[in-house]
Structures are given as C-alpha cells and as structure tokens.
Design a protein around this ligand. Structure first.
Ligand code: PPS
Ligand code: MG
Ligand code: MG
Ligand code: MG
Length: 390
C-alpha cells in the first residue's frame, strides 16, 4: 500500500518543507487545544457554540484554524496557499460573540508566540482581531482536481473535545486531487495505548492498567506520512512548557498483522447519528468479529488502525449525508502508508478531487489493517446491504 506511487523519490524531495511545517504547526495546535480543553472541562462554558446543524464549535476550533492559516501563509506566501477548512467566521463575528472573539484572539496570539520553540516564525507583534478573522476566513477554498490545497479540520471530534475525551487536529495536503501529506495530532491518545486515561471509555475498553504516575508521560501523539514513502511516523506530543529541541524524536508505526476476525478490534463513531451502529453490528457478527466495538470520537480511529491498536474502522453515515474531505484526508494517507487499506463500501478508493465532499462515496468507509480483513468486510456489506433498510 502507498508504495505504488511511481515518483516517490521525487515526491519525497518535493514535499519535505511542506511536511516539516505541517508537523510543527500541528504540534502547536495540539498544545493550544490541550490548554483550551483543560479550561473547558467541568465548566458550563460560554466558549462552546452551536452551529446551524447543531454541531458544537469552540474557541479551539477557530483558534487552530487561524493559527494554521497564519503560519502556512507566512511560510509559503498567502497568495500561494489554498486552504479548505471546516470553520467560518459568521458565528464569531456576531455582536453577542465579542467575548468569544476576544478569547480566540488571545488564544491565537498565545499559541503563535510559542512558534519559535517549534522552529517556526512568530508574528512581530500580536495579531489584531481583524487579522485573526482574516486568517480564519481565508480558508475558504473548495479544493478540486487541480493544484495544491491544504485540507484542515482544526478540531475533529469537537463533541469528544468538549466532553474531555478524544479528538484530533488534522492537516493534509492534496495535489491534483491526491493526498500527498497527512498529519494527525491526537493530544489525548498517548504514545502507548496502555496509558490511555483511566477515566475515558477508550481506555476502559483497551486497557486494564493504571496510568503512569509521572506527569511528564507522553500523553498525546502526532502522526504523519508522505504519499508513496511506505512509512508512517509518530512523535510524542510536546507539552507547551517543556524545553524543546527539533527535530522531535519519531518512531515508525505499522498496522496490525492480525487477520483473524476473531482476534480483531473494530472501531466506529461514538454517536449513533454519525454511523449506523446496528448495521455494523450485523456486519461484525457475520464476519466473525467477537470483541465489543471501540467507540471513539474523531480521526483517532484512523490513528488506532495506523499504529496497530485496532484492525478495523467502519463508518456508515445516514443516507444523504455527504462526508467532508477534512474528516478523512490525513487519516486515510497515514493508514495507507502504515500498510492498511481504505476504501468505500464498494471497494473503491476515496476521491479527494471533487471539492469539499467525498463525492461518489459508495455507502460507507471501510478502513482495515490488511487486505484479508478488508475483503471479508466488503463481502459482508454486499451480502447484507439489501436487507439493511439503509
Ligand atoms: N450526521 C452526520 N453523519 C455523519 N458524520 C457527521 C454527521 N454530522 C457530523 N459529522 C462529522 O463527523 C465528524 C465526527 O465523526 P466521528 O467519527 O468522530 O463521530 S463521533 O463524534 O465519534 O460520533 C464530525 O467532525 P467535527 O465537526 O470536526 O467534529 C463531523 O464532520
Ligand atoms: Mg471533523
Ligand atoms: Mg472539526
Ligand atoms: Mg465540526
């Protein structure tokens, strides 16, 4: 997987600066999110808003989008950078959002002031409100089949984020419709799965051990991959107050080698409204999976498959829902380069070339550690679809 790119050597040289900047800015974003989440959990916060579709958005979502947008424009030149990202400024610009906007501006400036620790340039002076709003609203590209586009989900799994649980920062680069770089920051997904927080459900399902006593443990991680390299990497997340020297240490990650369904772990979205749990229950049963599903917020599900903590991730959204490219681009590339297989339920690769949606997606998304499990799942979808009422 992933090594079928004919120009891999050339591509490696071509994307090295983009990858280095993307990894660094995702580390910065992870620190930002961790600070906001620490301040959010347990408070009845005014810092969480509802969007038109009732989904949550927070200070962290806007602040990460502004920070990443500002850094990419600074390094590559704003006229050269096209960014497709989730958030808009409407809610933030409303008169009754003045406090929220102030919190975003402060959060962005605090984060950007730390850029030099990550080997990036910080602004000469703090950004003004209008500059922060510009940075957010500049991310209004719609991608497409030609040219380079950055794809950003500033906080994926915002629901998990506000609940003090798993979430991810996802940044990818597509060129001519193909994902060429993927970076996934997972601030609550420790380097070792045994260290998952004892209070979260993911931990309870995966581990029976106590979390480490030390507070300097590697609580979060950042994963990344470059198309065609056949390699995916993971670094410990850097805590904001630590002395840091780049390059950060990275270790190779690989998908699991388990291909026996009875031994395999399957993950899926937490919310029933985001994926049909009863349909996957039937599939899982017919394929012979025995373990309870791991319900995890966000693209941490891709991360879990990429580093071998789980073998399968499936998502079947309700009919009519169109998956967005920022919810998948980084995760798909990292899983593929780590040796896994990602397709729609018809067995076709996901198409990132057609704007902000994964147009033409056949029913759902199937992510597997290997071809054998993947074939079994696709076969089971075919066998059970007609009777599923989906
Ligand atoms: N109705 C519906 N159906 C399917 N998918 C939806 C739906 N609504 C939202 N979303 C998108 O799901 C993203 C979160 O997906 P997850 O797999 O993490 O789901 S869950 O939070 O674990 O339930 C979530 O990403 P974020 O908004 O970045 O959190 C959404 O883009
Ligand atoms: Mg998302
Ligand atoms: Mg999001
Ligand atoms: Mg959202």
């Amino acid at each position: 997987m992933g090594s079928n790119c004919p120009n891999s050597a050339m591509d490696n040289a071509m994307y090295s600066e983009e990858l280095a900047v993307a990894v660094r800015v995702v580390h910065m974003a992870c620190c930002l999110c961790q600070r906001v989440q620490d301040g959010l959990v347990g408070t009845s916060s005014e810092q969480v808003k509802s969007k038109d579709d009732d989904s949550p958005v927070t200070v962290a979502d806007w602040s990460v989008q502004a920070t990443v947008s500002w850094i990419l424009a600074e390094v590559f030149g704003s006229q050269n950078v096209s960014i497709v990202a989730e958030e808009e400024v409407q809610t933030l610009s409303k008169p009754d959002s003045a406090d929220l906007l102030e919190a975003v501006v402060n959060t962005v400036n605090e984060c950007l002031s730390e850029a030099p620790k990550f080997g990036l340039k910080c602004p000469d002076k703090a950004l003004r409100t209008s500059q922060v709003l510009d940075a957010i609203s500049r991310c209004n590209s719609t991608g497409g089949p030609k040219g380079r586009h950055w794809i950003l989900d500033p906080v994926d799994g915002t629901l998990g984020f506000v609940r003090g649980d798993q979430y991810a920062v996802a940044l990818a680069l597509i060129e001519d419709g193909k994902v060429v770089i993927g970076v996934l920051g997972c601030p609550n997904y420790p380097m070792k799965k045994e260290w998952l927080n004892y209070h979260n459900k993911f931990y309870q399902a995966m581990s029976k051990q106590s979390p480490p006593a030390s507070d300097s443990w590697e609580k979060g991680c950042v994963m990344y991959a470059r198309r065609g390299s056949g390699e995916a990497w993971m670094q410990p997340m850097v805590l904001g107050d630590e002395k840091l020297e780049w390059p950060n240490s990275a270790r190779l990650i690989k998908v699991s080698s388990i291909d026996n369904p009875a031994m395999a772990t399957f993950c899926e979205p937490v919310e029933k409204s985001n994926s049909n749990h009863s349909f996957t229950k039937g599939l899982v049963h017919s394929v012979g999976l025995r373990k309870q599903p791991l319900r995890v917020y966000s693209m941490v599900k891709y991360a879990a498959v990429a580093r071998g903590d789980a073998e399968i991730f499936m998502k079947f959204a309700r009919a009519g829902y169109k998956e967005k490219i920022w919810d998948h681009a980084a995760g798909v590339l990292i899983v593929e380069e780590a040796g896994g297989v990602v397709t729609d339920a018809g067995g076709r690769p996901l198409d990132f070339s057609r704007g902000i949606y994964l147009e033409g997606l056949d029913r759902g998304i199937i992510v597997c550690s290997g071809a054998a499990l993947h074939e079994k799942i696709i076969g089971a979808v075919y066998a059970s679809w007609d009777s599923s009422n989906l």
